[in-house]
Ligand binder design. Structure first.
Ligand SMILES: [Zn+2]
Length: 136
């Protein structure tokens, strides 16, 4: 995999979503083309323990997949927040990583004033940090 390109405004939008969802984890899907994010789909976290885990509402996910297809885009990444831990995939994150071709973005709110975003690929439980470039 290569880099993921994000606009500053998109990053701000995700940070806002993560702050609004606090103390629960936020989650969502990023779609675009050629590694450039075009659309952000914030989703509901339907995990029974949303303060430590995330689970994208399957029905919502299905609808988003259809829309992405209709717009002729691709799912590029799945993002979620870590409210009290660093931006590194947890054991559960690895177990739930079903898409080897997308980036897993983790936004840490350990310091809520300065959220940290990191990008990973997770393939067969193996974690690799990937590049993310933020542009205007
Ligand atoms: Zn996580």
């Amino acid at each position: 995999m290569s880099k993921l390109y994000l606009k500053k405004t998109q990053l701000t939008e995700m940070f806002t979503h993560c702050r609004e969802t606090f103390p629960n984890e936020a989650c969502g899907i990023l779609a675009g083309k050629d590694e450039q994010v075009d659309k952000i789909y914030p989703t509901k976290n339907v995990s029974p323990t949303p303060y430590t885990r995330y689970l994208i509402d399957p029905q919502e996910q299905f609808k988003i997949f259809k829309e992405i297809e209709k717009e002729n885009l691709e799912m590029l990444a799945i993002y979620h927040s870590h409210t009290h831990t660093h931006a590194y995939p947890s054991k559960t994150d690895c177990e739930l990583a079903n898409y080897p071709d997308v980036f897993y973005l983790i936004i840490s709110l350990v310091n809520p004033k300065e959220p940290v975003v990191k990008s990973y690929s997770i393939v067969d439980g193996k974690i690799k940090e990937e590049e993310v470039e933020i542009n205007d």
